[in-house]
Design a protein around this ligand. Sequence first.
Ligand SMILES: Cc1cc2nc3c(=O)[nH]c(=O)nc-3n(C[C@H](O)[C@H](O)[C@H](O)COP(=O)(O)OP(=O)(O)OC[C@H]3O[C@@H](n4cnc5c(N)ncnc54)[C@H](O)[C@@H]3O)c2cc1C
Length: 321
Amino acid sequence: MAKVLVFVEQRDGKLKKSSFELLGASAAAGNETHAVLIGDSVAGLANECAQYGANKVHMVQDAALKNFTGEAYARAMIAAVKAISPEIVLASHTPIGKDFFPIVAAMTDGALATDCTSLAFNGAKLALKRPVYSGKATAEVEFVGTGVQMATVRPNAIGLPKPDASKTADASAIAADFSGLKTKVLEVVKGNSGRPDVTEAGIVVSGGRSLKSADGFKILEEMADVLGGAVGASRAAVDAGYRPHGDQVGQTGKVVSPALYIACGISGAIQHLAGMRTSKVIVAINTDPQAPIFQVADYIVVGDLFQIVPALTAEFKKLKE
Ligand SMILES: Cc1cc2nc3c(=O)[nH]c(=O)nc-3n(C[C@H](O)[C@H](O)[C@H](O)COP(=O)(O)OP(=O)(O)OC[C@H]3O[C@@H](n4cnc5c(N)ncnc54)[C@H](O)[C@@H]3O)c2cc1C
């Protein structure tokens, strides 16, 4: 059994599912599981942390934490690590987690393994797996020495635990010093698609250069909306201006691990595979029977995506009805 501290991520007062995966994995291993919530007003989220497995919930609340900055969040998390003295500290490998956890590790003399796709608790020791060489190999990671063991874990890699709605949180506050911060968020400009982020979504419908234009992606948006999924893109599509960079999947984009990844007109370059090959089920649609994406796909469709995608969307609609 270990003392585990999980950074539970919230955005606009909504908790991230990927944090529940970590709470659930720690609780299932019988660990003393602590959650830390960071923000300007997070007390209302504490019970949900308990319902997903936290024995104790800590809150660092300050106006300086209203919008994420690596500097302020690191100060909050460092205060939590020092107050709780955990053996293991976990976060999701989201844009926020991967931004500030290296600072926390450096400032608390911890060791950090990033972008892990599996984790196991051997007593107080963490055993992790993480893809290396763009996903061509998997490294097994264990920590040596006595420092804090830290890991960021890829969303959707573990699976969600069942919440226990009867639980309420044992919650308390942790103080941290936010004086003299050097960064300040002036404005947050949000995308307005209403769809989930590719890293969070259970289903990702992704398109490549072959969509030919931003308008071309409408057929993928329709499919994603019917499935309740996100729209992703290859770098070629992003570079061509068809999609925003936030949708890019791959080595220089986002890493995703959804239950279902539908790759439409994407060749399957190694840099793209690096961002999606750990998806649970991969469907690839491509006119080229030799397309490299077919080597990682569970289901392959050789054909024109402009015919196949609308036909599939129509079938999905019928199934939903
Ligand atoms: C340092 C570096 C980092 C990179 N990072 C990334 C990254 O993060 N993500 C990423 O995606 N790429 C990345 N790339 C680029 C990568 O190497 C590829 O160039 C890119 O992924 C290709 O995108 P694509 O598959 O959309 O386009 P293409 O390679 O042009 O492939 C288009 C595919 O669509 C098929 N097709 C054409 N018409 C149709 C149709 N009507 N119906 C069905 N199929 C059709 C074709 O057969 C082809 O397979 C990176 C490259 C470098 C050098």
